[in-house]
Design a protein around this ligand. Structure first.
Ligand SMILES: Cc1cc2nc3c(=O)[nH]c(=O)nc-3n(C[C@H](O)[C@H](O)[C@H](O)COP(=O)(O)OP(=O)(O)OC[C@H]3O[C@@H](n4cnc5c(N)ncnc54)[C@H](O)[C@@H]3O)c2cc1C
Length: 345
């Protein structure tokens, strides 16, 4: 199942990417014309050929044909609507902390989620999609609200965290999310209760656009509302300090990575299985399996995306061979991977 899901996503990205540069109608007038049109329709001037290694925590990834930064929810929605409207392939990127972008990069438009307005109302914390999870954890602590402590060391946005149902330290987004404002595939916006978003272990409805029915594109989180519990700020701070300490001790935070490469299989841990396969320290090019945490691949010597992916595939194959466990990717491979198979041969 692992391989099937990962391959299906990658293939879809590769196909979209391959068609975009050469023949896509939106690019018939050239990327400069598309960029100008985006400026008119969404009020954002995109950058051309922006290296995505600058926008991912793994620090790999080739250029996006265009990259537009959405600094508020209205522009975010306008960019997505524009891309859908003209059929321009597009990818939303939060902090890029769960992504491995191909070396060939992303054909079409990358939309960087940087809408970062945030407020506390009573026991609720309301944040636009681009607010870093660590920031909401800190703001909640200062407001004497508990529940978001787990997010302190997760280097993503709240939008990306809903997409993944990110979690750690015994909690996750599902435990505190009250509702989210969603830009649906059909272009309408709706406040949806958390219960409607299909939040289970590292998964949500948003990860499965094919199941959404409209065929018009993936759903986008524009804003989230967390419902929290009043608590003593000093006690919350103690918990935050514990989490910070634990992370420093157990994870290679000083090196670029995308966090856990694989989901934990039921009743076991991917890191334990990779470690038991003798792969700690294994390397492909500039990428290595971390000595500190075997489910982390670190980019310690100027890795390419292909290095990272090859190493991950080696780990997956070895764990499968030794333990009969098929690891499922937690990271998402995005962009144009069309030469990936050829490189492998
Ligand atoms: C050092 C490190 C530690 C980590 N620890 C943890 C951990 O403990 N627990 C955990 O769960 N994860 C962890 N992660 C992984 C990652 O931080 C989370 O998955 C995070 O939620 C990803 O958010 P992002 O904004 O970076 O999303 P990105 O990586 O930018 O994007 C991931 C996916 O989310 C989609 N997306 C982003 N924003 C939106 C939006 N507004 N609407 C719809 N879709 C959107 C993107 O299109 C993409 O498909 C870790 C990563 C690192 C590097």
């Amino acid at each position: 199942m692992t391989g099937t899901r990962a391959t299906a996503r990658t293939t879809a990205g590769a196909v979209a990417g391959a068609t975009a540069r050469a023949t896509h109608p939106a690019t018939a007038g050239g990327w400069a014309a598309v960029a100008a049109e985006i400026g008119r329709c969404a009020g954002v001037r995109p950058r051309r050929d922006e290296p995505l290694s600058r926008h991912t925590t793994m620090r790999v990834g080739g250029p996006a044909d265009l990259l537009a930064v959405a600094h508020d929810a209205a522009r975010f929605a306008a960019l997505v609507r524009f891309a859908r409207g003209v059929g321009l392939p597009h990818v939303v990127i939060g902090r890029g902390s769960n992504l491995v972008v191909s070396d060939a990069g992303i054909r079409g438009l990358a939309i960087l989620s940087r809408a970062e307005s945030c407020r506390v109302e009573g026991n609720r914390l309301i944040a636009e999609a681009g607010v870093p999870l660590a920031r909401v954890a800190t703001l909640a602590q200062r407001a004497g609200l508990s529940g978001l402590e787990f997010g302190l060391a997760i280097p993503g946005t709240v939008g990306g965290a809903v997409w993944a149902n990110a979690g750690a330290h015994g909690s996750d987004v599902a435990a505190v999310l009250e509702s989210a404002r969603i830009l649906r595939g059909d272009g309408t916006e709706a406040d949806e209760p958390a219960a409607a978003l299909g939040l289970v272990y590292r998964d949500s409805r948003l990860k499965h656009p094919a199941g959404q029915g409209s065929g018009a594109g993936p759903e986008i989180v524009l804003e989230v509302t967390f419902r929290l519990t009043p608590a003593d700020p000093a006690a919350i701070k103690t918990r935050l300090d514990e989490i910070r300490r634990w992370r420093r001790e157990h994870q290679p935070l000083n090196l670029p990575s995308a966090g856990s490469i694989f989901r934990n299989p039921p009743g076991d841990s991917a890191g334990r299985l990779i470690d038991a396969s003798g792969l700690k320290g294994a390397r492909v090019g500039g990428a290595a399996i971390s000595d500190k945490h075997a489910n982390f691949i670190v980019n310690d010597r100027g890795a390419t995306a292909a290095d990272v992916r090859r190493l991950a595939e080696i780990a997956r194959a070895e764990v499968g061979r030794r333990f009969g466990v098929e690891l499922i990717y937690e990271v998402q491979f995005v962009g144009d991977w069309s030469n990936w198979g050829q490189e492998e041969r």
